[in-house]
Design a protein around this ligand. Sequence first.
Ligand code: SF4
Length: 696
Amino acid sequence: RAAAPATEIASVCPYCGVGCQVGFRVRDGAIEEVVGRDGPSNQGRLCVKGRFGFDYLAHPDRLTRPLVRISPKDPADCLDPRLARTKFREADWEEALALAAGGLARIRDRSGPNALAGFGSAKGSNEEAYLFQKLVRTGFGTNNIDHCTRLCHAASVAALLEGIGSGAVTAPFMAAAEAEVIVVIGARPTENHPVAATFLKEAAARGAALVTLDPRGSALDRHAQEVVRFAPGRDVPMLNAMLHTVIEEGLYDRQYVAAHTEDFAALREHVAALTPEAMAPLCGVPAEQLRRVARLFARARTAMILWGMGISQSTHGTDNTRCLIALALLCGQVGRPGTGLHPLRGQNNVQGASDAGLIPMMFPDYRHTDDDAARAHLEDLWGARLDPTPGLTVVEIMQAMERGEIAGMYIMGENPAMSDPDVAHARAALTKLEHLVVQDLFLTETAALADVVLPASAWPEKDGTVTNTNRQVQMGRAALPLPEGVRQDLDIIVEMANRLGLPWDYAHPREVFPEMAAATPSLANITWDRLEREGSVTYPCHSPDRPGEAIVFGDRFPTASGRARFVTAGLRDPDEMPDERYPLVLTTGRQLEHWHTGSMTRRAGMLDALEPEPTASLAPAELARRGLAPGQRLRLETRRGAIELAARADPALPEGLVFVPFAYREAAANLLTNPQLDPFGKIPEFKYCAVRVEAV
Ligand code: SF4
């Protein structure tokens, strides 16, 4: 008998912000193969995660029954899921939901709304993110709602909102096809946005001048005309020197600056003394190269800047971004084909989750909580009173837990017990919570500290929309039925809302979308039906039957004056400098094969086989100088903790710098990292702290 043909379901990859469209080929209730579809951001291409990263769906660790705590919490449970599992009993949904919502309601009624907080997910749909923040704001009654954007591009968004009035990209990464010069700084797209990297490489092959700037080398360097290897944590002096060059050599676009910007005089005065010669010793880049790159960018007819976590995950992340915005504005490189500012977004739906309002100081569409008109609009739409006071951010919520000010939390699809800086403190804080509800696929490190765990749906099991790094809103479709015992995330949020007193009856994301669009003016002319038909629509979109605007701000910026602002960035050291006891610098990040805290990819057989264990990478010369060899067990220690893992030699690293990926439970990089925050974007300094390395 011939086997039944596979059915192909069109959806979107659940990993990175590129938002590749995929076809899930399903046979006998399982994904047999994943193929790339002709989506606007991938044109049929996929990377190794999108192609092979789905067997986590049927992993034996998958939760299929709600769990209720029966033994006291212990931060050590984060290290051992089997031990953690013994601290829970299974419960039916009715009991688990009653306990989950009841505990939160008890704290709200006893201690007030601000004793509660919620973390939503950048890996769920827009509709789930929208409902989750609405639940926290109207059911809990607080703005203490945040998500992983606080740990990735919060600094970029802060600077973009301040400078150009919008936190999203001004152009898609495919605009690089028309750029004469492409600047990639603080990003490793070949590992973290692999399909986007293929378009950048193609642009370089067609003749664009690619400039890569990073303390670490990357595979993209092979395609670059200029490779700038600057000292870790010294972006601001390097970029100020380039701004100085463009202004003092008269290379800036006077007409553009006069017509579209303000505060140029303050920038000119600020960078007057920051010459390449003065900045070179600080940033470690020869003055002549600083001038050469500045001239290349300024003289280009079209140029764009793309950046990643290397820019934003820093105590001066907002300042870094201010410099990039200033460079683009000075040279008039915004608003035309081949130009633009593009922060490469990390998670598949971090753009959409932010747009939908998973942000403590802003409602959906980035309208401030203290904006009376925005609040009145939402109070009318939601039929509820809203608090004008901004809520706390991710790390501030952890600190408030430690002080005992936050007693209850609802966390959906986030894993702060692995992703927060100085994670031993984060785990201790989570352990102190009186009541923690976690909704996830697995007993993650965070779920191991919960009071109630609710088994949730995975992306290939759900319908919903997501928004990628290019502002493309895309339709995801369920390819598989839910495993028995598991419920849709959206249903769980609605059930929780009902038990917290909200009379919601949304049965499907298509019923949520129109309300979300009403709360989010940026989604005008984008409807569920249109997304069903077209698969992807870019916002802003000015007509129901025309494509959205890929490139924005050609004539005016969405600021009060219609102009963009130059904001200066002063020179500051990273928060924690190396010293005699901790003589090296630690930086952290992702790998091609593993996604964030590893909860999915470490349970995906092929991906875990490619990168099965934690490693600390150092320059071969650094290893040799310390008498260490690749493969040797190392102990890494910072002022906050220590981990043990294998040494790896990486010629792309400069001496003095150590790289550790943060996906590994058994050597959690964030036990080491510095929780100090950028004062504006409130993002921690994941990319720089002092570390000591020795053989075990
Ligand atoms: Fe998925 Fe990103 Fe890879 Fe595309 S590039 S397949 S979105 S992980």
